[in-house]
Ligand binder design. Structure first.
Ligand SMILES: O=C[C@H](O)[C@H](O)[C@H](O)COP(=O)(O)O
Length: 345
């Protein structure tokens, strides 16, 4: 058998359910979700060419597509039409040797942990829906499970306007915190995770609603790729603080006073480019507040609870992005395609 001509990046993956996984893969391609996997991943054997005219008609839930299954083989596929994918593979003896250890890019790692988290959601869960690129992948997985009928009766509480809009697009039923003051589970990404599972969140600007929803959850599962694991919070970027717009420069002065003497410390108002105005303007949160970024040269040091209290005591501060002791577990997706689960002690 000849290799099929490949006019799209080859995807490698391992699977037990060849047919189902191919369906999911095709589905995902057409959903434009797997295009980011340029250093792809897994593979499967097929003896025939298959054509999938309508991705939404695929019954197989995404959760069945697991890159951790075996055996490894290679899938060749080509896009012949916008809405049709032909899949064909060579017999195993003609295949290139499988990758000994796949190297997943960050997007693939995000998808991996999102898939894992979605597979943990049980029917009838009151679910906190996080914000950010990883949480969005989780929402997509959830939606696939719901539309395939593998999951039902869940209701979500969104942690941002963006998530609210995405969940509506994906037909995920929504509720609010007032109607469900105790949630079963929240799933969200994070910017940083330290060894005690403390987090930095809010670099995307959504920390306040996240902290409210996730703080009201019996279980809070964090989904991250391995780049998010840090020895110290604040080591890879700013710690965001949500402040009232009134007197924001006064609040910055107070924050600077608090961290006086901290080498390399700075506090800066977060801004965004406003094309209409032709200048940088303050970034506004979903709650119409501003964000001040706390920058630490080597990460934040000292007693986190004490520091948290001191930040919150500044009049003008509404909330900060340090989430102390809130995560019950962290699902870490690694470059080598493995998942590590870190549980709160
Ligand atoms: O404001 C943003 C949220 O706290 C996100 O959960 C966090 O920034 C992680 O986002 P991502 O999954 O896109 O890295």
């Amino acid at each position: 058998m000849q290799y099929h001509s490949v006019d799209y990046p080859i995807i490698f993956f391992k699977t037990q359910e060849y047919h189902g996984s191919a369906v999911v893969l095709a589905h995902k391609l057409l959903q434009n979700r797997i295009k980011r996997f340029l250093a792809p991943i897994y593979s499967l054997p097929f003896s025939t060419s298959l054509s999938f005219p309508s991705p939404r008609s695929f019954p197989t839930p995404a959760a069945r597509f697991s890159p951790l299954f075996s055996p490894p083989v290679i899938l060749h596929f080509s896009l012949t039409m916008r809405t049709s994918i032909h899949l064909q593979t060579s017999p195993p003896h003609l295949l290139s040797p499988p990758l000994a250890s796949p190297s997943l890019n960050q997007d693939s790692q995000k998808l991996l942990c999102a898939q894992h988290a979605a597979s943990l959601v049980k029917p009838s869960t009151i679910l906190g829906l996080g914000t950010g690129s990883t949480a969005s992948l989780f929402l997509e997985q959830l939606s696939d499970l719901l539309s395939a009928g593998s999951l039902h009766s869940i209701v979500g509480v969104p942690t941002s306007l963006k998530t609210d809009a995405l969940a509506k697009t994906l037909n995920i039923p929504l509720t609010d915190l007032g109607s469900h003051p105790v949630l079963d589970l929240s799933v969200d990404g994070a910017d940083e995770v330290d060894q005690e599972l403390n987090l930095v969140k809010g670099r995307g600007g959504s920390l306040l609603r996240e902290k409210m929803v996730e703080g009201a959850s019996r279980e809070f599962v964090v989904i991250v790729d391995e780049t998010k694991l840090v020895p110290r919070l604040g080591a890879t970027g700013p710690i965001p603080v949500e402040v009232v717009p009134f007197g924001w420069d006064y609040t910055i002065m107070k924050l600077k006073e608090l961290f006086k003497g901290e080498i390399g410390f700075d506090a800066k108002l977060r801004t965004v480019w406003d094309a209409k105005e032709g200048k940088e303007v303050p970034f506004k949160t979903d709650n119409d507040n501003y964000i001040v970024n706390l920058l630490f040269e080597k990460g934040i040091s000292g007693d986190l609870r004490l520091i948290s209290d001191e930040i919150l005591r500044i009049t003008g501060v509404i909330e900060h992005g340090i989430f102390i002791g809130m995560a019950t577990s962290v699902i870490v997706a690694k470059k080598d395609g493995k998942i590590e689960i870190l549980n709160k002690k």
